[in-house]
Design a protein around this ligand. Structure first.
Ligand code: SF4
Length: 406
């Protein structure tokens, strides 16, 4: 896979050494067991896959290169480039400004932009409406485009099945930038609806079966379907694509469920299911899959707690937290400094969107075992920081340097 020129501050010699060794031992990526770092009183089980994915590295390379090469220009990002505060703040420090916040609220009015300005499209991509708006301002919308190719692959699949008269069901968070972008691209070709979870898939199934009152559909899914969506005719042939950072297993469960509903409703067989249900399995993102499978692999091991590092508004990171929470006390932190001491940690509760303070998060026992991973937008340097801080609680920080030479 292509390698990118990412600022060295985001790299970690320690993590790179571990990743390199694992890669050499398992080139086909078949082994999802964690890497065990045994320091005596502290044992860290590091996920097999974590950290920057292809799309994030691609976006970082383009954004920083654009800043370096255009010292005399005003540079804007449509919104946060990725969901990591450290990376976004570094760009803000270098003079880049965000036009919108993550919810789509305008921070810089469109009228303030001039044709000479540079506008960078973030890794999530953007809507066709925004592209058109930029073009109307004389700004070439795709000149500085960091949209991840794996997101574009979803758009291409949606277009492909849309042209074959399938309605597109997007499994995603309706307000997330990527889902808004995918929705926009898909609805330009075919009726499109966003569902956020299996519960909404079940609600949608009632309308596929013709059981629901159409008026209820328009209330239930308000703001989530394309203009002119006809519940009576637009649910007869469908395909499911996803916001790439959703739980892959949930997307698969939703797709399998809707497929079965189509088979039952239209009296199809496994062979004829494709007449009404499009196969979209090849759109799942490799990084989301690898990181989530690595967490599942890590959770097979006995441990006392899990720490997940990443931006608090990062969708892919919160799904890793969700997986860990099913089994262990889990602490979601954006950087090492949130571990205030061996006894206190400030961590994010993404369910209720608030910071929590927990005491005695490290149990007092002969050996504490911690599962550790990070989201696809989290620099490895932050994970190294977490390892070093944990080691410092046991006066073992020097051990981190020994690992670099493994
Ligand atoms: S998680 Fe996947 S789709 Fe999203 S930016 Fe990374 S590689 Fe691209």
């Amino acid at each position: 896979m292509k390698t990118f020129n990412v600022p060295v501050i985001y790299r970690s010699p320690l993590i790179s050494a571990i990743k390199q060794q694992r890669k050499q031992e398992d080139r086909m990526k078949k082994d999802f067991t964690p890497t065990a770092l045994d320091f005596g009183p502290l044992k860290i089980l590091l996920a097999r896959h974590f950290g920057f994915c292809y799309g994030v590295e691609n976006a970082i390379e383009i954004a920083f290169k654009t800043v370096d090469e255009n010292p005399d220009k005003r540079i804007f990002l449509l919104s946060e480039m990725i969901h990591n505060p450290h990376v976004n703040n570094d760009l803000l420090d270098r003079g880049v400004r965000f036009i919108m916040d993550t919810a789509g609220n305008q921070l810089v009015p469109w009228e303030a932009l001039v044709p000479d300005d540079i506008v960078i499209i973030p890794a999530f991509g953007t809507t066709i409406e925004t592209e058109n708006h930029l073009a109307s301002l004389g700004i070439e919308p795709l000149k500085y485009n960091t949209t991840c190719p794996f997101v574009e692959r979803v758009w291409n699949k949606a277009e492909q099945i849309g042209k074959k008269n399938y309605t597109v069901i997007v499994h995603g968070k309706p307000k997330h930038e990527e889902t808004r972008a995918t929705f926009s691209h898909s609805q330009s070709n075919t009726p499109t609806i966003v569902i956020k979870d299996i519960r909404e898939a079940e609600q949608l199934a009632a309308f596929i079966k013709g059981e629901g009152d159409p008026e209820t559909f328009y209330t239930l899914f308000k703001g989530q379907y394309s203009p002119g969506f006809n519940v009576a005719t637009d649910l007869q042939r469908v395909g499911v694509v996803n916001q790439t950072t959703m739980l892959a297993t949930e997307t698969q469960a939703i797709a399998d469920y809707i497929r079965q509903v189509m088979i039952a409703t239209y009296d199809l067989t496994e062979e004829t299911a494709g007449d009404r249900f499009a196969d979209t399995r090849d759109t799942l993102c490799y990084a989301t899959n690898d990181n989530q499978t690595a967490v599942t692999g890590m959770l097979q091991e006995a441990a006392d707690l899990a720490i997940v590092v990443g931006g608090y508004n990062s969708s892919n990171t919160s799904h890793l937290v969700e997986l860990c929470e099913e089994k262990l006390p889990t602490y979601f932190i954006s950087a090492a400094e949130h571990m205030v001491s061996a006894h206190a940690i400030n961590h994010w509760d993404f369910h209720h969107k608030k910071e929590l303070h927990s005491a005695h998060f490290l149990p007092e026992k002969e050996q504490v075992t911690i599962l550790l991973t990070s989201g696809a937008s989290c620099p490895d340097a932050l994970v190294e920081g977490v390892i070093r801080r944990l080691l410092s609680f046991y006066q073992l920080e020097h051990k981190a340097d020994e690992l670099v030479t493994i």
